[in-house]
Design a protein around this ligand. Structure first.
Ligand code: URP
Ligand code: ZN
Ligand code: ZN
Length: 463
């Protein structure tokens, strides 16, 4: 059955206009005012609502082994929660185990998603080891739709790779058109500072933040961009947290260097004080890079306004407080690093960005959907409301009042980083490839309906 969404205010990265949207099967067929309904159509009245392209969260960690634990959302619970929040595509991370082939990791992660994913999903590959055939493996993965790779400059002996590996991988992308996503923190320096802190008996959660200075992030961002420049390829900095690091991206972009960066709601809205909460509750806010001092927050909003930051993702990596975060009760380095957020991204950015007058509606759509689709090789299948695009659509009620809470959220985690935050503006209906999967707070989708997204290389970062 065809679907007609009538009377809504269609918001794209370019404009906002009153228009109807005609959907045939999984695809948008037409977008214009006055499309006539016929009796065979399913008609949705969106008067007073916005019609947005489905959100795209290009940084999630579902069912991920990390820090002696496994992230608590799997592909079913995590993508269902994403859908409740208006996100209809994610890009998660497969991890190459050292000494193994990247193809094995891809197969492992495809199996994790199979039969479970509720929305469409792509995969980046975390490269831990180039070995003998790593560079050829990167090419093979690009052919499998893995158009981006994450490298770590932090976590020595776990995920960190050296500059030679980074430079080789960057140089390969200059040929195969993939994009390197960089976790930019100077892990070697941080490890020395951490060891000193532990030797001084500083074991509380707040030392996680106090041992990771902003300069350690800025230095790594600078080095990553410099290496990408030498290799002649774009680079994308993930989860950028502070003004110091942003200045490095700004300086490079002002020189015309294709450097891109994302930030996350937690860096825009929370600060280091959260880690000082009593009763070990600061552990709920232990992730890397850490939360920073308050002065950084408006600078990151400025970065989004000025396009020095292009994307807001979540870095959703949930661990339950009661039985996972607690592992670090006597030693902050043993707290599993990561926080939940896949469900609340649109609510928070709409409320604190659009309602607060910091960004326009179109910019909201751009940073939460269209830019990640472009940069990560999914556009215009995803991230657009146009004839031929997938009918991934969110009918958004700009007047809906909602209080974020772990008591009502759908993520499989026992706390919310944004507990008690009140927002105006929320999802009413979510469509994924033409199917209504959320309506009025009800789940109508099915686990396993989500499809693997084969992404194309030479996406928006190359233009
Ligand atoms: O603490 C974090 N960010 N956990 C997820 C892994 C990563 O570095 O993105
Ligand atoms: Zn990271
Ligand atoms: Zn991450």
């Amino acid at each position: 059955m065809n679907t007609l969404i009538q009377n809504g205010r269609v918001v794209t990265a370019e404009e906002t206009r009153l228009a109807d949207v005609l959907i045939e099967g999984e695809i948008i067929r037409e977008v214009r005012g006055g499309i006539p309904a016929d009796p065979k159509m399913h008609v949705i009245d969106a008067a007073g609502m916005y019609v947005l392209p489905g959100g795209i969260d290009c940084h999630t960690h579902l069912d991920m082994p990390f820090g002696g634990s496994n992230s608590s959302d799997d592909f079913e619970t995590g993508t269902r929660a994403a859908a409740f929040g208006g996100t209809t595509s994610i890009v998660d991370f497969a991890i190459q185990a050292r000494g193994t082939r990247m193809r094995d990791a891809l197969d492992t992660w495809l199996k994790k998603a199979e039969g479970k994913a509720c929305v469409d999903y792509g995969l980046h590959m975390i490269v831990t080891d180039l070995g003998e055939c790593g560079l050829e493996d990167m090419d093979d993965l690009v052919n499998e739709g893995v158009a981006s790779f994450k490298l770590f400059m932090a976590y020595p002996n776990v995920l960190m790779v050296d500059d030679a590996t980074i430079f080789k991988a960057l140089s390969r992308t200059a040929k195969n058109g993939a994009l390197i996503c960089m976790h930019a923190e100077n892990g070697s320096v941080i490890d020395v500072i951490v060891a000193r802190a532990l030797a001084e008996g500083k074991t509380a959660p707040v030392y996680h933040a106090l041992t990771r200075p902003t300069r350690a992030e800025a230095e790594a961002v600078h080095r990553a961009i410099a290496m990408a420049e030498i290799a002649g390829t774009p680079v994308y900095i993930v989860h950028l947290s502070c003004e110091d690091a942003l200045n490095q991206v700004r300086e490079a972009r002002d020189r015309g260097v294709p450097a891109f960066a994302e930030t996350c709601p937690q860096y825009l809205l929370l600060s280091i004080e959260e880690l000082e909460r009593p009763n070990f509750e600061g552990a709920k806010y232990v992730f890397t890079p850490p939360l920073r001092t308050k002065e950084n927050l408006p600078k990151l909003w400025d970065g989004l306004q000025d396009d020095h930051l292009q994307v807001v993702s979540t870095d959703h990596c949930p661990f339950c407080f009661e039985d996972q975060k607690i592992l670090g009760k006597d030693d902050f380095t043993k707290i599993p690093n990561g926080g939940p957020g896949i469900e609340n991204r649109l609510q928070l950015i709409h409320h604190h960005g659009v309602n607060a007058g910091k960004i326009s509606l179109s910019r909201f759509v751009e940073i939460t959907s269209t830019a990640p689709a472009r940069i990560f090789g999914m556009y215009p299948k995803k991230g657009a409301i146009a004839a031929g695009s997938d009918a991934d659509l969110v009918i958004w009620d700009p007047g809906a009042l909602y209080t974020i809470s772990a008591h009502t959220h759908h993520m499989r985690v026992d706390y919310s980083m944004f507990e008690g935050f009140e927002v105006k503006g929320n999802v009413r209906t979510v469509m994924s490839r033409g199917e209504v999967i959320v309506d009025g707070g009800q789940w109508l989708g099915k686990a396993g309906r989500g499809q693997y997204l084969k992404r194309t290389a030479r996406g928006g970062a190359w233009k």
